[in-house]
Design a protein around this ligand. Sequence first.
Ligand code: NAD
Ligand code: DAU
Length: 331
Amino acid sequence: MRVLVTGGAGFIGSGFVLRASERRPDWQITVLDALTYAAHPASLDPVTDRVDLVKGSVTDPDLVDQLVAEHDVVVHFAAESHNDNSLDEPWPFVDTNVIGTFRVLEAVRRHGTRLHHISTDEVYGDLALDDPSRFTEGTPVNPSSPYSATKASADLLVRAWIRSFAIPATLSSCSNNYGPRQHVEKFIPRQITGILDGVRPKLYGAGTNVRDWIHVDDHNDAVIAILEQGRLGETYLIGADGETSNRDVVALLLDLMGKPADWFDLVNDRPGHDLRYAIDSSKLRAETDWQPRYRDLRAGLAATIDWYREHESWWRDAKVEAERIYSRLGR
Ligand code: NAD
Ligand code: DAU
């Protein structure tokens, strides 16, 4: 099977390429990635001899058409992915996430290629901290940030192309991923690399917001399960019952890294900051054989800390740039 992975030099996309290369060695994988600031092509070093990397944008209709025509399956990860950036400069999010997905859809429609579209739980908005409910596939979309609005827009395009043009596609919306190779602008690697640099963790607002953490390998195993066992036209929510407040995540990191429990600062909140995400992944678990393998957040974080400790050359330049942006944003 020839598989085109858009955004395959980013955090989750590179994890997908590595995991698929291990679990499905017969797949021929091509990565299409614009190599933006968020890309780390070095993440693909272990598979450079067997994976083609094409530098280019999903917004380029001719390139996308040519590559889609040459593959049997497209797994569409490429996106601008960081909420704080979308609040600062929304246009790249509209361009890549909406226009880019439109280009992928049109190419898939022309060539009849199977598509799996990667989305996020953020398209559903947020839940109150004391609300016992969780997101399901039936939850109405209600995005809060420019990032999540562009991801919801892309999802609506995919669903319209399924209904109107019968393209062979599936969608998945996953909760917050953690693990190795995540860009240091994101919450967990920002705090880990900060602590390694002797800088106290920074919690937005009161630090009480809740995210539903899942290990990146569990996300990517679910994507493989949906590709092989999912029903065409369907959306699947991916989550591993990992609800944890930001304060509790920082408490785990401080404990694992030998710092006092009060060694953090509360900083300016993110405008429009979603309170809580929570995923009910019953449908995925009922229709496929997927189960999360990483059920212990503390153990997963310990391994993630080790990875950042051992790969400073991978993250150092990105850290300098990310902290320059955060200092301009006052966070
Ligand atoms: P990331 O920012 O780490 O990586 C994104 C990749 O896409 C980068 O390699 C970047 O160069 C590439 N890219 C950006 N614009 C492009 C363009 N125009 N053309 C081609 N490539 C382009 O993001 P991530 O965290 O790995 O997220 C990947 C996908 O998963 C996104 O669609 C995101 O919405 C979704 N998602 C992320 C999470 C999470 O917790 N990180 C959770 C659920 C869903
Ligand atoms: O839910 C899935 C989404 O998870 C994905 O769609 C996004 O691509 C991904 O970036 C992530 O979005 P979040 O906004 O939840 O992730 P982020 O890592 O930016 O922040 C996680 C939480 O931590 C959030 O409540 C904001 C908070 N935070 C973040 C940073 C960077 C802090 O308290 N301090 C920080 O320094």
